[in-house]
Design a protein around this ligand. Structure first.
Ligand code: VGL
Ligand code: ZN
Length: 244
C-alpha cells in the first residue's frame, strides 16, 4: 500500500534508462535503477532512538524494523549523519506541559499549530539513546534537535519557528555534499520535514521508504508523501541502492 505504484516505478525506470542512454551507456549494462551514492552524497539517519521503537515513550509501529535495513545500506555511504530528538523536561511539544491536553491533540503555540506528544526523548535518558543495534561506526556527526524548551523541531535543518537553524545545511554544504538519502523515524514527521527542508536548502533528496516507519496520525503519512513529492523529494526503496 505504501510502496510506489507500478506506474511511478515504471516512470522512474524509464527516466533512469533515458539518462543512461543520454550518457551513452547501454541501460542493460547496469541494473536499471541502481543508485550509487558518491562522495558528495550523505545518508541521514533520523531519530532511530529507543523513544520511537516499541517499548519507548512514543513508539512507532515497526520502528525497530528500520535498523537492519539502515545497517545494510550504510556501507554504501562515505558520509553519514545521525540525528536525535533531544527534548528538555517539560518541553512545549509534550501534552503534559499543557494543562488539560492529552497526547495526540493539538494546540497553538507562538509559531503555529503543534501536535502534542507524550513526554519523549528527554535529554540524557536511556529513552533518548540511539537504538543499541544501530551499527554506524563511520557516522561523522550526530545532530540533536528539539532542545529549545519552547520550540519543537521535527526537521534536522530548521526548528518549528522556521527561523532557528540547527547548522546542518551549513555543515553539509561546507563538506561539499549535494545529495542526501533520508531514513529513520518517523516517515510522516521528522523524516518528511527533514527531507523537505533538505530540498529547500538546495540538496537533491531521496527518502528510502523501507528504511522508515510512520506514526500515521489522521492520514499524516499519505499527506506527507504528497507534500514531499510536490517538493521534488524522490521516493525509493533500499533495493534501489547499489551494494557497497
Ligand atoms: C518525532 C514526533 C515528535 C519524529 C519527534 O521523530 O518523527 N515525531 N517528535
Ligand atoms: Zn519530539
Amino acid at each position: 500500500m505504501s510502496r510506489p505504484s507500478a506506474l511511478q516505478r515504471r516512470s522512474f525506470l524509464l527516466q533512469s534508462s533515458a539518462a543512461l542512454l543520454a550518457a551513452g551507456t547501454a541501460p542493460w549494462a547496469l541494473a536499471a535503477d541502481a543508485l550509487k551514492p558518491d562522495d558528495k552524497s550523505a545518508l541521514i539517519v533520523v531519530d532511530v532512538q529507543n523513544c520511537f521503537v516499541p517499548g519507548g515513550t512514543l513508539p512507532v509501529k515497526g520502528g525497530d524494523e528500520v535498523v537492519p535495513v539502515i545497517n545494510r545500506i550504510a556501507p554504501a555511504f562515505a558520509n553519514i549523519v545521525v540525528t536525535q530528538d533531544w527534548h528538555t523536561p517539560g518541553h512545549a511539544s509534550f501534552a503534559s506541559s499543557h494543562g488539560g491536553k492529552k497526547p495526540f491533540e493539538t494546540t497553538v503555540l507562538k509559531y503555529g499549530n503543534q501536535v502534542l506528544w507524550p513526554d519523549h526523548c528527554v535529554q540524557g535518558t536511556e529513552d533518548a539513546a540511539l537504538h543499541k543495534d544501530l551499527k554506524l561506526p563511520t557516522a561523522q556527526l550526530i545532530i540533536r534537535k528539539g532542545y529549545n524548551k519552547g520550540v519543537d523541531s521535527y526537521s534536522a535543518f530548521e526548528e518549528a519557528d522556521r527561523k532557528t537553524v540547527t547548522g546542518l545545511a551549513g555543515y553539509l554544504k561546507a563538506r561539499g555534499i549535494k545529495t542526501v538519502y533520508v531514513t529513520g523515524l518517523a516517515t510522516d514527521f521528522c523524516v518528511a520535514w527533514t527531507a523537505m527542508d533538505a530540498r529547500k536548502a538546495g540538496f537533491n533528496v531521496y527518502v528510502i521508504e523501507d528504511a522508515t516507519r510512520a506514526i500515521d496520525l489522521n492520514g499524516s503519512l499519505e499527506a506527507a508523501w504528497k507534500q514531499m513529492a510536490a517538493k521534488g523529494v524522490k521516493r525509493i526503496q533500499s533495493s534501489d541502492i547499489a551494494a557497497a
